[in-house]
Design a protein. Structure first.
Length: 113
């Protein structure tokens, strides 16, 4: 089992590293575009000997969200964000943050009484 985990880690490191976050540069008419993505991966495994099921299992997955591109032209290098992807990430983040702050204030207010 340990060899499997080490081989899996080596495979993920070589295939899901920087190339997943930064795509291959594309050049057209003296303009170079390098796509940028937010990527993450997760893996898990298990083993057990509890009746009636004697078994093991595992799984993994990942996701990649294109967040924009670096563009290099005669004017210089700039980052052009993908507004739809940024909103898809920012809205849930803002919601969770405001809920967390509200819970902190609610717990602090309850302690004063």
């Amino acid at each position: 089992m340990a060899d499997f985990v080490l081989k899996l880690a080596e495979t993920v490191k070589s295939t899901a590293g920087v190339r997943t976050a930064y795509g291959d540069p594309v050049t057209l008419d003296d303009v170079t575009v390098i796509p940028v993505a937010l990527a993450w991966f997760g893996f898990g495994g298990g083993e057990g000997e509890q009746a009636p099921a004697l078994g093991s299992g595992g799984g993994g997955g990942g996701a990649s969200i294109p967040i924009g591109a670096y563009i290099k032209d005669k004017a210089g290098v700039r980052f052009e964000p993908n507004p739809i992807a940024l909103l898809a990430v920012a809205i849930p983040f803002a919601w969770v943050t405001t809920r967390g702050v509200a819970l902190v204030f609610r717990s602090l207010r309850g302690r004063r009484r």
